[in-house]
Each structure stands twice: as C-alpha cells, then as structure tokens.
Design a protein around this ligand. Structure first.
Ligand code: MG
Ligand code: ZN
Length: 236
C-alpha cells in the first residue's frame, strides 16, 4: 500500500489558490510567480522588470524567503510596495501565505503583482498560488544541463528567462543544447536571454509580459461582455 502524504497538503493549497484567483480577477490584477534557484537573479530580474513596466502598470511584489527581509527592502528602495514572507524553513510558498500577504496590499491600486518564490527548482512547481503565470529563471552559471535535471519546472513555466547572459563566454554553457531540451519539455515557452543587472535583453521579456497581461485583460473583458450579452438576451 502506498500513502501519498502530499495529497491533503495540495488539496488544501488548491482551495486557497482558487480564492486568491477570485480576488485577483475581481481586482483585475495580473499575478506572476517567478521560480528559480537561489542566486539565479530573481530579485534583480524583478527590479529590471519593474523599471521596464512601471510607467505602464502599478506594480507590487511579494518576496518569499526562508528568512530575512533583504529582498523586500531592495524592492521598497526602488519605490515599489513589497511584502516579505518568511517561510521559517519551508522551501516553497503556499497559497495561504500569499493570501495573508495580499491582505496587506490594496489590490484596487495594482495592475501587476509579482511573486518571488523561494529559491528552489523542485516543489514551487507543484503549488498553485492562484497566479496567472509561472515563469522560470535560469542563470548561465548554473549550467545548460538544468532542464534535464529539473524537467518539471521547465515543463510548467510559461516562459524561461536565461539570466546573466553576459557571462556566456566565461562559462561552458551550450545554449543550443539548452534551447533544444527546453523545447522538448515545453513546446510553447519562449526563452528570453537577458542580463538583469546590465539591462540588456529586458525589453523583449517585458514586451512578452505586457502582451500576456493585455491578453488576460482582453479575455476577462470578453467574458464580462458575454455575460452582459446573456443578460440582455434573457431580458428581451
Ligand atoms: Mg531574491
Ligand atoms: Zn518545498
């Protein structure tokens, strides 16, 4: 007999994720969950993304770390609201933690909420936070073999950012091999090579994200338009 200890935890997570999703839809806030290893440059990538999109969207960040508030302080110093979640040892964020963080934010004043998950390539993949998209960041120094070793996160991500791309010549990173394995795991996710600290390549990523946000908005506008249509049809 096999007991799946993760089943009740995931079922509970799904309940809060559904509630989060309803809150985000009601406030028309697009929510992005960013996943990566420690040191891949999640916070720097989020700062670069903020710089690229802050004229267009009102942005806030939820920072997930096992301990410390260093990353949230970096975001706040950039003039953007940030909430730090300390998981106290847990290696991923769960949807109820997001809910508590969201309760401290004014969703009506936001267009885009970026979640920086705990640095980990394994379990954050399995936890739905109620987000619209999960995006994965790999940095060049981590090596091109990571998609082979951690296939689930690459299969799950809607887009893959290849950060620290400016160090490509220093590391033995086979970009063609990397892209081929990512494509095999995930037929649709685009790969965005960029350097978050230099700012190079950020525009293409930010343009993709803006298009994804606008697509979501158009979809929800269509849905409410359809609802209105139904009401009108019922009324006549
Ligand atoms: Mg960070
Ligand atoms: Zn975990």
């Amino acid at each position: 007999m096999k007991i799946d200890v993760s089943a009740p935890i995931l079922a509970r997570n799904e309940r809060f994720a559904a509630e989060n999703r309803a809150l985000f839809a009601e406030a028309d806030v697009f929510v992005l969950d960013m996943l990566a290893s420690p040191g891949a440059g999640k916070t720097s990538t989020i700062l670069a993304t903020i710089d690229a999109l802050r004229d267009r969207y009102r942005i806030a960040v939820i920072e997930g770390d096992i301990a410390s508030s260093v990353d949230a302080e970096r975001i706040k110093a950039h003039g953007v609201p940030a909430v730090q979640i300390n998981t106290g040892g847990a290696c991923h964020l769960e949807s109820d933690m997001i809910r508590r963080a969201v309760d401290t934010l004014d969703l009506a004043e936001l267009d885009l909420l970026i979640i920086e998950n705990v640095g980990n390539l394994v379990c954050p993949t399995d936890f739905d936070l109620g987000e619209h998209a999960k995006v994965m960041i790999l940095s060049v120094p981590e090596g091109h073999d990571k998609p082979c070793k951690y296939p689930n996160i690459f299969a799950r991500a809607e887009a893959v950012i290849l950060n620290k791309y400016d160090t490509l010549s220093v590391f033995d990173f086979d970009e063609a091999e990397f892209r081929e394995v990512v494509r095999r795991l995930n037929a649709t996710a685009p790969v965005f090579p960029l350097s978050a600290t230099l700012g190079s390549g950020v525009d293409a990523w930010a343009a993709w994200l803006a298009e994804r946000i606008e697509g979501e908005r158009a979809g929800s506008a269509d849905a409410s338009h359809t609802d209105t249509g139904t009401e009108a049809a019922n009324g006549s």
